[in-house]
Design a protein around this ligand. Structure first.
Ligand code: C2E
Ligand code: CA
Ligand code: CA
Ligand code: CA
Length: 279
C-alpha cells in the first residue's frame, strides 16, 4: 500500500508539473492570440420554454491555438484573469458580439438579445461601463439588445461597488443576468438589491434533474424565488426531454442546452432565425 501511495504521489507530481508547464505554454500563446486573430465566438440559442422560440443567444469564446487546436475557455479564461489579459480579450468579445447582433438585425432577422459573459477582473476594471458603452456605440447596437452575465461570487467580492456598476449599466438600457445561480454564495437580501432581470440555474442542478429529488427541489426553489423577485428564470445545460419537461411543468421561463442546440457559428444562428420566421 505504501509503495502504491508513492507511485501515486509521483504520478500526481508529474501531472502537476505537466499542468504548470501547460499553463506557461498557454499563457505564452495567449499573449499573442488577440493580435493573431486566434479567437472566435460561437453562439448558443436561448429558447423560450412556452413558445419554443429563440429569443437570444449567449456568446461563448473559442481559442484556435496553432498547435493545440481549439482550447476550451475553461482552460484559458482563468489564465486570462490571472494575467490581466481578460480585459483586452473581454473587450474584443463585447465588440464582436455587439457587431454580430447588429449584423443579424441589419439582415432583417428578428431582433434577439446577445448575452456576454463578464469575468470578475473585467467587471472590477475601472472603465468597464465606458468599455461597454464604447462597444454599443461602435456597433450601433441598441443597449436593450445586450445582456451581461455575471456571477454571484463576482458581485459579492465588493457588493456596494458591484451594485453601483450594475445600476449604471442598467441605466444605460442593457440588462444583467446572474449566471451559475446557486453555486456561489449570495445572501437573499443582497439579491433583492441587484438590478437584474434574470437568474440562470446552473447546469450542475440540471444534470440529474430527471431523478434527483434534491436537484428538483433546488430548481423549483430558484424558479419560485426568481418569480417572486420579478425575474425571469433560465436553465442551462438542458440535454434531455425529461429535463425540459420538468422545467416547463415547473414554470421555468427559458432554457439553453444541447437539447435545442450546441454553441454554433453565427451563420447557423442566422439560419435558425430565418427558419423560425417562416414557421
Ligand atoms: P458558462 O457561462 O456557465 O457557459 C455555459 C457552458 O456550458 C458553455 O461552456 C457551454 O458550451 C456549455 N453548455 C451549453 N449547453 C450545454 C449542455 O447542454 N450540456 C453541457 N454539459 N454543457 C453545455 P463553454 O463554452 O466551454 O464555456 C465555459 C465557461 O467559460 C463559461 O461557462 C464561462 O464561464 C466561460 N466563458 C466562455 N466564454 C466566455 C467569454 O467570452 N468571456 C468570459 N469572461 N468567460 C467566458
Ligand atoms: Ca454564461
Ligand atoms: Ca454555468
Ligand atoms: Ca460561468
Amino acid at each position: 500500500a505504501k509503495e502504491m501511495g508513492n507511485n501515486n504521489f509521483q504520478f500526481y507530481a508529474r501531472e502537476m508539473n505537466a499542468s504548470v508547464e501547460e499553463k506557461l505554454v498557454l499563457l505564452e500563446g495567449l499573449r499573442g492570440a488577440l493580435d493573431e486573430g486566434q479567437f472566435h465566438l460561437l453562439y448558443q440559442p436561448k429558447v423560450d420554454l412556452r413558445s419554443g422560440l429563440i429569443f437570444g443567444v449567449e456568446a461563448l469564446i473559442r481559442w484556435e491555438h496553432p498547435e493545440h487546436g481549439v482550447v476550451s475557455p475553461l482552460r484559458f479564461i482563468g489564465l486570462a484573469e490571472e494575467s490581466g489579459l481578460i480585459v483586452a480579450i473581454g473587450d474584443w468579445v463585447l465588440h464582436t458580439a455587439c457587431r454580430q447582433n447588429k449584423a443579424w438585425q441589419d439582415a432583417g432577422l428578428a431582433p434577439i438579445t446577445m448575452s456576454v459573459n463578464v469575468s470578475p477582473r473585467q467587471f472590477e476594471e475601472k472603465r468597464l461601463v465606458e468599455r461597454v458603452a464604447a462597444a454599443l456605440r461602435e456597433s450601433a447596437l441598441a443597449p436593450g439588445a445586450l445582456e451581461l452575465e455575471v456571477t454571484e461570487s463576482l458581485i459579492m467580492r465588493d457588493l456596494a461597488q458591484s451594485v453601483g456598476k450594475m445600476r449604471e449599466l442598467e441605466a444605460m438600457g442593457l440588462s444583467l443576468s446572474i449566471d451559475d445561480f446557486g453555486t456561489g454564495y449570495s445572501s437573499l437580501s443582497a439579491l433583492k438589491s441587484f438590478p437584474i432581470s434574470s437568474l440562470k440555474i446552473d447546469k450542475s442542478f440540471v444534470r440529474e434533474l430527471a431523478d434527483n429529488t434534491d436537484d428538483q427541489a433546488i430548481a423549483m426553489a430558484v424558479i419560485s424565488l426568481g418569480h417572486k423577485l420579478n425575474l425571469r428564470v433560465i436553465a442551462e445545460g438542458v440535454e434531455t426531454e425529461q429535463q425540459c419537461t420538468f422545467l416547463r411543468d415547473n414554470d421555468c421561463d427559458e432554457m439553453q442546452g444541447y437539447l435545442f442546440s450546441r454553441p454554433v457559428p453565427a451563420a447557423q444562428i442566422a439560419a435558425l432565425l430565418a427558419e423560425q420566421a417562416r414557421m
